[in-house]
Design a protein around this ligand. Structure first.
Ligand SMILES: NC(=O)c1ccc[n+]([C@@H]2O[C@H](COP(=O)([O-])OP(=O)(O)OC[C@H]3O[C@@H](n4cnc5c(N)ncnc54)[C@H](OP(=O)(O)O)[C@@H]3O)[C@@H](O)[C@H]2O)c1
Length: 314
């Protein structure tokens, strides 16, 4: 019984070292070959090569090293009965809360305008509304969205959330499904997207949605913050909406194409703030510990998680 690590886009060595440290009795393979194929029971993966996991006859569980499983679900060769566990735990959640709070506060406290003024040595105070006058709307009230909602509420913001099903989070107005979307958008001054990428959420951040955000809000225009997935936003629509005043600003961690191409106009837009898909990094110490715990639970006949629902797509 052994574990295969297959990672694309990150250095796999620290992950292997961490598994060896936390579970010294668990053989770890960095590549699939004819000798280890039958022994592999667990796979720890990030963006696995399509078709690879289907070659493992005794695979019992797939552990995704990040929270978003869109890359795995795109591989239709993976047998439907193999459970997929997502890599979301306290450390990754805390990182996302930091990134979202940073960018909400950045726009709320008018830092884009103060940075522009600083570049011209201008000392010009701008009226500052209270957090309690500003409504932050979170699309996706799952593990990450609900933790962000709690922390933004503690900072004093009005918080509402939109999800597929209704949520009961104290002090957070809940809107659900297609029918709840317009009412949610109509009261949102700062929109935070923490949705998974599915057929329903692809291109959801488009011009028609931006037009439904709260106008006449205390910040002088709606803000969009996306740390979900890049294919949820239409970048041409974002730029057009910023240029015609439909949007006041945007903070983006994810992009239609990553790395963001050097000729993307987003790089140089004065009201767009970019980070290179780092809002909530997966770190080997935290995620490997979670996986080792789940393996122990599985072997003791206990339930494991958080599990992906393949029908829902997240
Ligand atoms: N930028 C980064 O560094 C980074 C890091 C980690 C994760 N992420 C992204 O963050 C996403 C969210 O992670 P999570 O752990 O919070 O996911 P999660 O726990 O699965 O929550 C997803 C939320 O989205 C809602 N949702 C899904 N489809 C919807 C739809 N069609 N309409 C309305 N709501 C919908 C779900 O509604 P229900 O609750 O009703 O099911 C749920 O509230 C990941 O999938 C990943 O793409 C980004």
């Amino acid at each position: 019984m052994s574990l295969l690590i297959t990672i694309n886009g990150w250095d796999a060595a620290p992950w292997a070292a961490m598994f060896q440290r936390l579970a010294p009795g668990l053989p770890v393979h960095m590549a699939l070959d004819a000798r280890n194929r039958d022994a592999i029971r667990y796979a720890a993966v990030w963006k696995p090569k399509p078709g690879l996991l289907a070659q493992l006859p005794n695979l019992a569980v797939i552990f995704n090293l990040g929270a978003g499983v869109d890359a795995i679900l795109a591989d239709e060769t993976i047998p439907a009965d193999i459970p997929i566990v997502r890599g979301v735990e306290a450390d990754l959640t805390a990182r996302m809360v930091e990134w979202v709070a940073l960018h909400v506060l950045f726009h709320h406290r008018q830092m884009p305008q103060y940075m522009a003024q600083q570049s011209k040595a201008l000392w010009r105070p701008i009226f500052q509304p209270a957090a309690s006058e500003v409504s932050v709307g979170i699309m996706g009230l799952g593990a990450l969205g609900s933790a962000c909602a709690e922390s933004l509420k503690r900072l004093g913001f009005r918080v509402c959330g939109w999800s597929r099903t209704h949520k009961a989070l104290e002090g957070v107005a809940s809107y659900a499904g297609e029918n709840g979307l317009d009412a949610f958008l109509g009261q949102t001054d700062i929109l935070v997207c923490l949705l998974p990428l599915t057929a329903e959420t692809t291109s959801i951040l488009n011009r028609s949605l931006f037009r439904k955000l709260h106008r006449d809000g205390p910040l002088g225009g709606p803000i969009v913050i996306n740390a979900g997935r890049g294919r949820q936003q239409i970048e041409r629509d974002l730029i057009d909406s910023l240029n015609d005043g439909t949007l006041k600003g945007a903070s983006l961690d994810v992009f239609e194409e990553e790395p963001l191409p050097p000729d993307s106009p987003l790089w140089h837009h004065p009201r767009v703030f970019i980070t290179p898909h780092v809002a909530a990094d997966s770190t080997p110490a935290a995620i490997c510990e979670h996986i080792v715990q789940q393996i122990a639970r599985l072997e003791a006949g206990q339930p494991i998680g958080p599990l992906v629902d393949r029908q829902r797509g997240y």
